[in-house]
Design a protein. Structure first.
Length: 239
């Protein structure tokens, strides 16, 4: 009997590991064509999505199907991520200048913080940002050279960081308030990763999305934007 229980335990552990690192692509439950050129970041706030464009420096407020309800201009053309804090204040990251920026409702720059660090190329820097209400901080990803996650205070001060070695690049990030964990999307790896706050990999799922550039989660749904396809993909979050 003891041997049987040991075998069952080993099998359960094996199946758990297989599920956590599944190579079977997640299939979207919905796909929407969006009228946003080069969407480069996405976040959820109060039943709406906010999508940043790397093409024209606009942040678009949309419904959950990607239909535009408002356009917010910014002072930048190289937007690579967008986040909204608990007060509804808007934040974006600029890749080339390595800046983390608070935006006024009109779109003008309110506050701007320089994020320390280096990048080998102009297009290998800050690539995504998200806000955690639970932890009262932001998380920013550096795309490559190095592939890194930075924990940033509301005043733009680095509180912590860790390197990532399981993805070819880092394209977007979101905080999962329910599980107190992070989700990262990788364009080059065509995958999404769930990791704990120390950077340890918990789950990996392949996705069939070209140029996935942003990720956000709400009500057990994962929203991902495609830069090259101008599409919004919706997946069911797998437990």
């Amino acid at each position: 009997m003891k041997k049987l229980l040991v075998v069952i335990g080993i099998l359960m552990c094996f199946m758990s590991c297989v599920n956590a690192n599944s190579q079977e692509p997640l299939k979207p439950i919905s796909t929407f064509k969006i009228e946003i050129n080069e969407p480069s970041g996405i976040t959820y706030y109060k039943n709406h999505l906010y999508i940043a464009s790397d093409y024209n420096g606009l942040v678009y407020k949309t419904n959950l199907k990607g239909k535009i309800t408002k356009k917010i201009p910014t002072d930048f053309t190289d937007l690579e991520g967008v986040a909204v804090d608990e007060n509804g204040d808007l934040f974006v990251v600029n890749e080339l200048k390595r800046t983390f920026v608070k935006i006024k409702p009109s779109g003008e720059t309110d506050k701007k913080y320089k994020i320390k660090g280096s990048q080998k190329h102009n297009n290998s820097g800050l690539e995504g940002v998200c806000f955690s209400k639970k932890l009262d901080c932001f998380f920013i990803v550096n795309e490559s050279s190095p592939r890194e996650v930075l924990r940033i205070s509301k005043k733009g001060k680095e509180k912590d960081s860790f390197k990532i070695d399981f993805a070819n690049d880092l394209s977007g990030i979101c905080f999962d308030e329910e599980s107190n964990s992070l989700w990262i999307v990788s364009d080059e790896s065509k995958a999404i990763y769930n990791l704990n706050l120390h950077g340890e990999l918990l789950k990996k799922y392949k996705i069939s999305v070209e140029k996935a550039e942003g990720i956000t989660i709400q009500n057990n749904k994962i929203y991902i934007v495609s830069d090259s396809e101008n599409k919004l993909y919706v997946f069911k979050k797998v437990d």
